[in-house]
Design a protein around this ligand. Structure first.
Ligand code: AMP
Length: 418
């Protein structure tokens, strides 16, 4: 079986697949690591269990996952040898990693060197790999990077117009995030359209608590909205997205704020939360907007405007648009936001069928109107599945590898990709 580990800054998600990736055997999430109110959600088939227990750190979380996977109550695995390969998500691969890799000493060294780019995430990813090596000796580990998909972005799009030497010396460039999601979703979209991905120009709208817009031309990312850190682009749940850096100088130099205060504002108090004053959750914000809350309406309007503007920019960058693809929490679930984003995009050939848009989640991914020249699709993301596919492909000698399909594994529950 194939085990997928996703160590976030305060969580550990796992999925266990059959070797052909046709089925998720077990899955779960350990959350609030390091906090008193930690818990595990563990799922096997249609059975699920929620158990509260403080989990002091990621190593303890890994041990807890092992306990549940080996628990005689669930009969998931009898011994560690049942796992033939392990795939890991890593947030930042710097400019070193262009794709997924089998873990060896050199990879671990390079991973440590990239840690400063994502100080909240990469160290946790590294612990996940170290624990897997310790608990499953001899089993191959594969690491899949969120940034790798965006390494194809050409210099004209990934360079910032700062002094060249400075950018080279300090590794400053647009790295992009959510690459694993964008890669999965763009491949699925091509499959659903029954067209070779090489022939398509797509804009992927990964609209979740974090937001990535991605221009995917011929299957390669050629521009993306998030930049050097996890901050730029379209406004997000609590992150501001792009704004003039002069605002930071003004707040620090002229208004006496500390850099830490401004950083906290930009990352944690901005976006939907900052504009609405109510919530970072799009459900709450759009409900309040519908009831007449003007600031919530403003938050929705700003969010939608930046997405629509970016779609236009990326269509220009690609020289056309064949498909617009919505994914992640808001993109998959909010017919209202999809409709608002698509309003006025007729000049690009985007037209949606309102009824199809309403039922998109129920197995009707194509929400385009018959007259549309560009397809609009709603494609659930599945980062774990993408990691599993890479894991099997890089460990080809493993049984079952040859029959891996790109299709959506029937997940037995709703552990969301972050
Ligand atoms: P993610 O980060 O992908 O889990 O997405 C989280 C975001 O999805 C939050 O802003 C949620 O409010 C939003 N979301 C989830 N379901 C819905 C829905 N039915 N309508 C609008 N937003 C939703």
């Amino acid at each position: 079986m194939i085990l997928i580990i996703n160590c976030g800054s305060s969580s550990l998600k796992y999925q266990l697949y059959t070797p052909d990736l046709a089925q998720v055997v077990a899955s779960g999430m350990i959350a609030k690591i390091g906090e008193p109110e930690g818990y595990i959600d563990h799922f096997v088939g249609h059975r699920g269990e929620h158990h509260r227990c403080p989990v002091p750190n990621h190593r303890a979380a890994f041990a807890l996952m092992m306990e549940y996977l080996q628990s005689p109550e669930y009969h998931v695995i009898e011994c560690p040898r049942a796992i033939t390969a392990i795939g890991h998500r890593a947030v930042h691969g710097g400019s070193v990693f262009f794709g997924s890799v089998l873990v060896d000493d050199a990879v671990m060294k390079a991973l440590h060197e990239c840690a400063s780019y994502a100080p909240l995430h990469n160290p946790c990813n590294i612990i996940g790999i170290e624990e897997a090596q310790r608990m499953f000796p001899g089993t191959p580990n594969v690491v899949v990077f969120d940034t790798a998909f965006h390494q194809t972005i050409p210099a004209r799009a990934h360079m910032y117009a700062l002094p060249y030497e400075l950018t080279q010396e300090h590794g400053i460039r647009r790295y992009g995030f959510h690459g694993t999601s964008c890669r999965y979703v763009s491949q699925r979209a091509a499959d659903l359209l029954n067209r070779p991905i090489e022939s398509l120009s797509m804009v992927v709208c990964h609209l979740g608590n974090g937001v990535t817009m991605d221009a995917v031309k011929g299957g390669q990312s050629i521009d993306t909205s998030i930049g050097f850190g996890t901050f730029g682009g379209v406004p997000m749940g609590t992150r501001a997205g792009d704004f003039d850096p002069a605002i930071i100088f003004h707040l620090v130099k002229d208004r006496g704020m500390s850099l830490e205060e401004v950083e906290e504002i930009c990352y944690k108090k901005s976006g939907l939360l900052g504009l609405s004053g109510l919530s970072n959750d799009m459900r709450e914000v759009s409900e309040a907007a519908a009831k007449g809350n003007a600031r919530c309406q403003l938050a929705v309007d700003v969010f939608v405007y930046h997405i629509r503007k970016t779609i236009g920019a990326y269509a220009a960058a690609m020289g056309g648009l064949d498909a617009l693809v919505f994914t992640a929490g808001i993109g998959e679930n909010s017919a209202e936001i999809r409709a608002k984003v698509c309003e006025g995009l007729g000049f690009l050939g985007v037209e949606i069928d309102p009824r199809a848009n309403e039922i998109a989640r129920k197995g009707h991914p194509n929400i385009s109107a018959i007259s549309a020249r560009a397809a609009t699709l709603v494609v659930p993301t599945d980062e774990e599945k993408m990691i599993a596919i890479d894991t099997v492909q890089l460990t080809m000698a493993q049984p079952g590898a040859a029959s891996v399909q790109m299709g959506h594994a029937p997940s037995t529950h709703g552990v969301a990709a972050s």
